[in-house]
Design a binder for this molecule. Structure first.
Ligand code: ZN
Ligand code: ZN
Length: 348
């Protein structure tokens, strides 16, 4: 039986922290469970899961559906779409069986790429490689999640770009069911001579095919994600701040200030570092713009927002000496002075 290879290429950058990642995790499980109920899919579909943040990694190599178990999705810092695509192409080279005179190879692979941000790396080398060697023999379905995804970049890789606007959990489930139905449709039609990808009928309320109208409609990012490290167990955590809508802001000194409200704090595992970008953080935000300071999600220290002179954030119990988990230096925290300081913003 010839295989139908399906690759899930998933953005697991910090902006996915919280509900988004949880939904994606459940979505992957629902996809596998749904596909397993279809005899055509069971016969042909092979699945692989690749994630990218600052780095890219294969979580599950191409595996037949019956033996595929959805991996736990990690998080990392950065949105290196270029690296993600390069990794995908390496994986295609490694796992796709070509046609030979003796044997029919795999069916045309289908890649579902999901991302919610703008690339933080140079995509041009990956784009060149993709267009020259892969675009003609693989199908890429790009799904832009939310309103901050770089649709114009995705359109350079593929004609098939969809925007997912899932407001509620059930919207996301309907989206996963759409992916399931699309894969099933593909598994039934592979033997037909007509080339191209088969997608299930699009539910316009959650999923929109991107036409020319939306070109250049990229909205400014309105999310600040800061990374800190627990003093006690040295594990990283994320603090997510969302921009306060302009209408809700007060004007100070006749100047419009960007304000960000704390929206969540998330404990991370050690694998965060391995998936993160090793380049220096460049964007900064003033603490004056941030509303709300969380406690540490690892150890419960009341302040997760203490900054060492090395620039790293850590959790502290209160004022007094503390050991920075990032640089191992002792620092002393006095009572809070009123002045804001600039903290390095993590790449989305
Ligand atoms: Zn802590
Ligand atoms: Zn330090």
């Amino acid at each position: 039986m010839r295989r139908l290879p399906i690759f899930m290429l998933l953005d697991v950058s910090e902006s996915m922290a919280g509900d988004n990642l949880r939904q994606l995790q459940h979505g992957l499980e629902r996809l596998v469970a749904g596909l397993r109920t279809d005899p055509h899919a069971l016969e042909t579909v092979h699945l692989s899961t690749i994630v990218f943040a600052g780095q890219a990694r294969t979580l599950a190599p191409l595996t037949e559906l019956a033996h595929f178990y959805p991996p736990r999705l990690p998080l990392g810092s950065g949105t290196s779409l270029g690296r993600g695509m390069q990794h995908l192409m390496d994986e295609l080279d490694r796992s796709i069986q070509p046609n030979t005179p003796e044997r029919k190879g795999d069916w045309r692979p289908v890649i579902y790429l999901m991302t919610d941000g703008k690339p933080t790396d140079d995509i041009e080398p990956a784009l060149k490689r993709w267009r020259e060697r892969y675009a003609a023999r693989a199908t890429l379905v790009a799904i832009a999640v939310g309103k901050f995804a770089a649709i114009d970049v995705l359109q350079r890789f593929t004609e098939t770009v969809l925007r997912l606007d899932a407001q509620a959990e059930q919207d996301f489930r309907r989206f996963v069911d759409w992916v399931t139905m699309s894969v099933v449709a593909q598994s039934r039609s592979v033997a037909e001579p007509r080339a191209g990808v088969n997608l299930a009928k699009i539910d316009e309320s959650i999923l929109k095919k991107i036409g020319d109208i939306e070109n250049g409609l990229n909205v400014d990012e309105d999310l600040v994600v800061l990374t800190g490290r627990c003093q006690n167990n040295r594990l990283p955590y994320l603090m997510r701040y969302e921009r306060v809508p302009a209408a809700a802001r007060t004007r100070q000194f006749g100047m419009e200030l960007d304000l960000y409200q704390l929206a969540g704090v998330f404990a991370l595992e050690a694998d965060y570092d391995a998936l993160s970008d090793d380049r220096a953080l460049v964007r900064t935000v003033s603490t004056d713009a941030l509303i709300g300071s969380p406690g540490c999600p690892h150890c419960g220290n009341p302040t997760a927002f203490a900054m060492c002179s090395c620039g790293a954030l850590m959790c502290i119990r209160g004022s007094g000496p503390a050991l920075c988990p990032s640089c191992d230096r002792e620092c002393d925290f006095g009572e809070c002075g009123g002045d804001g300081f600039d903290v390095a913003r993590s790449r989305g």
